[in-house]
Design a protein around this ligand. Structure first.
Ligand code: R1P
Ligand code: URA
Length: 284
């Protein structure tokens, strides 16, 4: 009885689906592509042989079907790590919790998660319209402060934490421990970078329209500490995957070079290239 979850903790819809994603266990594949933009879901699933499931609620759009005979899901997460908190916990509930009895399953199931996103580079030499796989990620968003976290340290994290000069922000670092198993998806990426994940697009990423950011030199400072690119989801995807026992990797298309002030000349074509590049490498 003790591990039976209360109705307030594991919230379900009337049809028994998980509350925000609006999905039943049979609606998802083991291989899941996560994209930020809800419009990107149909742009991905149009390559599937067939789409069997189409469901949505709020910003969470899901299509499941087959590609070259293999079952696959593509789902939008919307923007930000607070949405990733929902996506990761509800995806995990779909495979590791008996939703009818609200009890943990005895056998653990691991999902394979591929974030297919966009990012801005802060290394002047990292060029737009290329694929960047996240090797290490610096979480500057704060989500993981609310979980009992896992200890992680490598050369990059040690150097980064020793030199990080903003005392009010507490970074949490993670890394891609799945990379070696990924073959071409990992090897063929033009860049293997250190990604910083932020809780915003403007001042948190050093953008100043009418408001000033804390530091004019934010981009240079992070780049000098080894950060290659900025986005808004990967820290939570890597950390929660590790804690929940799933495998995750992020491939971002670089659409902006912040140091050179450049934006992709044709980000629609760039997005199409990203989709085709990833699909070709995750299903043979
Ligand atoms: C900001 O424009 C959004 O774009 C990036 C950021 O992480 C953030 O979600 O990723 P997506 O293109 O996957 O949404
Ligand atoms: N996504 C981000 O979060 N930042 C960028 O600069 C580009 C895409």
């Amino acid at each position: 009885m003790l591990n039976k979850l209360a109705a307030s903790e594991l919230v379900l819809n009337e049809d028994g689906s998980v509350y925000h994603l609006n999905l039943l266990p049979e609606d998802i594949a083991e291989k899941i592509i996560l994209v930020g933009d809800p419009d990107r879901v149909a742009k991905v699933s149009k390559y599937f042989d067939k789409v069997e499931v189409k469901k949505n609620k709020r910003e969470f759009y899901t299509h499941t079907g087959t590609l070259r005979g293999e079952r696959i899901t593509v789902m939008s997460t919307g923007i930000g790590t607070e949405n990733i908190d929902i996506v990761m916990n509800e995806l995990d509930a779909l495979v590791n919790i008996d939703l009818k009895n609200k009890e943990f399953k005895a056998e653990h199931s691991a999902l394979q998660l591929f974030r297919m996103g966009t990012c801005g580079s802060v290394n002047p030499d990292v060029q737009v319209d290329n694929m960047l796989v996240t090797q290490n990620v610096v979480g500057l968003d704060g989500l993981m402060h609310f979980y009992q976290d896992y200890e992680f340290e490598n050369e990059f994290s040690k150097n980064f934490l020793e030199q990080f000069p903003y005392p009010k922000i507490k970074p949490m670092l993670y890394f891609a421990d799945w990379a070696e198993e990924l073959g071409e998806l990992y090897k063929d990426a033009k860049y293997h970078g250190n990604t910083a994940t932020f809780p915003g697009f403007y001042a948190p990423q050093g953008r100043q329209l009418r408001l000033k950011a804390v530091d004019d030199k934010f981009l240079e400072t992070l780049n000098n500490l080894g950060v290659t690119n900025f986005e808004m989801e990967t820290s939570a995807i890597y950390a929660l995957s590790k804690l929940l026992g799933h495998k995750a990797i992020t491939v971002n298309n670089v659409i902006a070079n912040r140091r050179r002030g450049e934006f992709s000349a044709d980000h629609h074509t760039s997005e199409k290239n990203l989709i085709e590049w990833v699909l070709e490498r995750i299903i043979k």
